[in-house]
Write a protein that binds this ligand. Structure first.
Ligand SMILES: [Zn+2]
Length: 111
């Protein structure tokens, strides 16, 4: 069981996911929420565009419980890019939380 923290500056990126229920949950946004990715109280599923990770939202903490299968259709979800992301971040000179995160690493388009 893995809990992970959410990158609060990460930008929302809407796309189609494995099934319509998952897309509806993940793409739900609330502009007044503290983190657009955690959204409103109706939102239960988190997807990180940066890490390509899915999780169950545990409100009111900014934590998510990672999931490996879609709770609606059962499909195996893609592998997380978290480890590669941290390698890339550290290669840019980042050392600890509080150091600025380069803008290009806060988008799903990072390579
Ligand atoms: Zn699904």
């Amino acid at each position: 069981m893995t809990f992970s923290l959410v990158l609060t500056e990460e930008r929302l990126y809407a796309k189609e996911h494995c099934c319509s229920e998952m897309s509806e949950q993940v793409n739900m946004s609330a502009l007044d929420a503290k983190s657009p990715l955690l959204g409103s109280t109706d939102k239960r599923i988190y997807w990180s565009p940066v890490f390509n990770e899915y999780g169950l939202i545990c409100q009111p903490s900014a934590e998510v419980l990672q999931i490996q299968h879609c709770p609606f259709c059962g499909v195996r979800l893609p592998e997380s890019r978290r480890d590669q992301w941290f390698e890339r971040l550290e290669s840019k000179g980042w050392k600890t939380w509080g150091d600025p995160i380069p803008n290009e690493l806060l988008s799903h388009e990072w390579k």
